[in-house]
Write a protein that binds this ligand. Structure first.
Ligand code: SF4
Length: 356
């Protein structure tokens, strides 16, 4: 099923388009020290090989600007400079070639500082992400009882309106909380009120094993409703892990179809074959195929034939044998010993003929 997507305007970030119907892009952030160009480039190149589309680097001080300029020269990916507090760093990063700067207007000094950043971005053709986080919402006297999702959405719309009034529209917006429900509620609150692209993420989401579920719910929950133009899954972990998980999330919500999808049942007491091993082997042997084919590996006759028949190719187990299906039709019965080879051969043959 193809999900309907929220319509957003396109924003150009280097050679990447965010929004405007472009594929949802995957981002990560460099974790290496800002002065270690080799380590930075190793992380960027690994992320690019894994399919990352855009990468962000922290610019904590003026000393980080010169290495940033060199990284920009070497990077295969567009670069986002992550700036807090200091407008001079944002302007310096734009002059050093940043394709986008991420600012949180809530922790910039004043509107004069923000205006200077917007002007620099406008002149250089760089984009700006207005990033509003739960850790830095705008203090408002007498309105402290706002719930967090409301505060995030009101702040984002307020900043957006003021920056838009400067005649600048190359804007991406993000609203992040450290839990999934607040992140979802905040993004839902703004999604229908403006048409700028939304960058999705759950902030400070913890180590990979904790973040992955929070992000799957927070980011995936929005994507499943058609909301979101670019994503970053943040882990206390490597950029490569963030990219792998981001791509998996896009596959899980059906927004990326770039390989064989294995549909396998959880097995139960009815299963009389080693289905876990069969599914693992099939996945490994078909991993090289870059075609969006569905392959079923099912444990018995209860749901097996139905699921297998729904897929491009499938096998459903019986007692010591499997039924082989292709395009919904039963082709033949095969032994357990030959099943993996026969299944893989069928998928390979189908992939050869597959027309993108
Ligand atoms: S397909 Fe059969 S073996 Fe697999 S979970 Fe369902 S009933 Fe159990």
């Amino acid at each position: 099923m193809t999900l309907p997507r929220r319509k957003s305007r396109p924003v150009k970030v280097g050679n990447l388009i965010i929004g405007g119907g472009a594929p949802v892009s995957v981002q990560t952030m460099v974790k290496a020290s800002p002065d270690d160009i080799n380590a930075i480039m190793a992380q960027i190149n690994e992320a690019a090989e894994l399919g990352c589309n855009l990468i962000r680097l922290a610019i904590p001080n003026r000393a980080a600007l010169q290495p940033f300029a060199e990284v920009k020269r070497q990077s295969p990916l567009p670069l986002v400079a992550d700036i807090h507090f200091n407008e001079h760093l944002a302007i310096g990063a734009i002059e050093a070639g940043a394709d986008k700067v991420r600012i949180n207007p809530g922790n910039m000094k004043d509107w004069e500082a923000i205006t200077a950043v917007v002007k620099a971005a406008q002149q250089a053709g760089a984009a700006i992400r207005i990033g509003v986080n739960s850790g830095s919402i705008r203090p408002r006297k007498g309105e402290d009882n706002r719930d967090l999702a409301t505060a995030l959405s009101e702040d984002a719309l307020y900043y957006l309106e003021r920056i838009e009034a400067m005649g600048f529209d190359q804007i991406v917006v993000s609203l992040k909380a450290s839990d999934a429900p607040t992140t979802i509620a905040a993004n839902l609150a703004v999604a229908g009120k403006m048409d700028y692209p939304l960058h999705l993420g759950v902030t400070a989401a913890g180590p990979e094993e904790d973040s992955i579920l929070k992000s799957a719910i927070g980011v995936g929950g929005l994507l499943a409703q058609g909301i979101g133009d670019t994503i970053r899954l943040s882990f206390t972990g490597s950029p490569a892990a963030e990219v792998r998980a981001g791509k998996e999330l896009l596959r899980a919500v059906g927004l990326l179809r770039d390989r064989v999808e294995i549909i396998s049942c959880p097995t139960c007491g009815r299963c009389q074959v080693d289905l876990q091993e069969m599914a693992a082997q099939a996945k490994a042997r078909l991993a090289h195929i870059r075609k969006p084919l569905k392959v079923a590996v099912m444990g018995c006759e209860v749901n097996g034939p139905g699921e297998a028949a729904e897929c491009d190719v499938g096998i459903a187990a019986g007692k010591g044998k499997y039924a082989l299906f292709r395009d919904g039709k039963l082709l033949k019965t095969i032994t357990e010993t030959e099943a993996l080879d026969v299944l893989c051969a069928e998928v390979e043959a189908l992939a050869e003929k597959f027309d993108d």
